[in-house]
Design a protein around this ligand. Structure first.
Ligand code: GLP
Length: 296
């Protein structure tokens, strides 16, 4: 008899569809749960594969609402399936400048609550930019963060969320493309989006320490995640638009192994969702013919 009780067996993940006509490989999932489980399995696969060779798995991790499901699934895999994180080295993408590590809104605290306290990554293998270092020491701190990534052998897989203005990490529109970890200024759009977390926009820090686009580019594999209709417009720009400094995430089109993973809502403005006949070959059903005629 199978030793797993049926309740412990996760239902199969509905396969994503691959959007056609994009400049970046783009996978569209039916639901955010499917996306989260797909990404968690991919990360778990890298952790296990590295462990089998006695190596460390180096992860780059974002905060925000988007990766919550992935972290929840990874924590479940640790708890229920014994996924071992002892070989993981984790680098968190960014941190608000001026916040102490244990402050309510700090990324450090957030990561502890959503992942680090729920799995067994040794504390010495967790790196989060420190938003409380004095200004005079920020550059040195950023260099140390970069050196730690290099010493770990570079990032194997970097997960990213995206802001509605196309920012990744805290690389706001018009970033330098070769930038390394540094102190940067947050865009008003980003600060407005964070207002409720800080009980008012005026309380949102104006700066953050973030991995730069250069740091992000050096990751061997990049997975850009987006959920919900709010992200649909920017996802279309990132996946189908030109590479532009106005949309920092669009630079991922030049990365050798970057993939966009979205739920159906975040993918709803992709050409292959909106007007599939314009994205390439389609199988014409009655419903699709009707849609195309209405569109005309
Ligand atoms: C914030 C963070 C990003 C995050 C983005 C999207 O500004 N600095 O790292 O990816 O916003 O957040 P969410 O996933 O909550 O939409």
């Amino acid at each position: 008899m199978n030793s797993l009780s049926t309740s412990a067996v996760s239902p199969p993940i509905n396969k994503p569809s691959r959007a056609v006509g994009t400049n970046l490989p783009t996978l569209v999932f039916d639901s955010s749960e499917d996306l989260a489980r797909h990404v968690a399995q991919l990360v778990a696969g890298i952790i296990r594969e590295r462990a089998a060779h006695g190596q460390q798995a180096v992860l780059g991790l974002p905060t925000g609402s988007t990766p919550v499901g992935v972290y929840r699934e990874l924590a479940r895999m640790h708890r229920e399936e014994g996924l071992n994180f002892s070989n993981v080295v984790a680098f968190v993408l960014n941190e608000f400048y001026g916040l102490a590590r244990d402050q309510l809104q700090s990324h450090h605290r957030w990561m502890k609550e959503h992942l680090l306290d729920l799995v067994n990554i040794p504390a010495s293998q967790v790196h989060v930019p420190d938003g409380s270092v004095p200004l005079a020491r920020v550059e040195e701190h950023c260099r140390e963060f970069e050196a730690a990534i290099e010493q770990a052998g570079g990032i194997d897989v970097l997960l990213l969320g995206i802001g509605t203005n196309g920012h990744i990490g805290s690389n706001e529109p018009f970033p330098g493309t070769t930038g390394r970890t540094r102190l940067c200024t947050l865009d008003p759009v980003t600060r407005r989006a964070l207002a409720s977390d800080f009980y008012g926009e005026w309380n949102v820090p104006t700066q953050a320490i973030t991995m730069g686009l250069g740091t992000i580019f050096d990751a061997r594999k990049v997975l850009l995640l987006a959920l919900g209709e709010r992200k649909a417009g920017i996802i279309r720009e990132v996946a189908e638009g030109p590479v532009s400094p106005r949309v920092p995430a669009s630079y991922l089109q030049e990365h050798a192994d970057a993939t966009v993973l979205v739920d159906a809502a975040a993918g709803s403005q992709l050409t292959s969702s909106q007007t599939p006949w314009a994205a390439g070959k389609v199988e014409w059903s009655d419903a699709l013919i009707k849609r195309a005629l209405l569109w005309l």
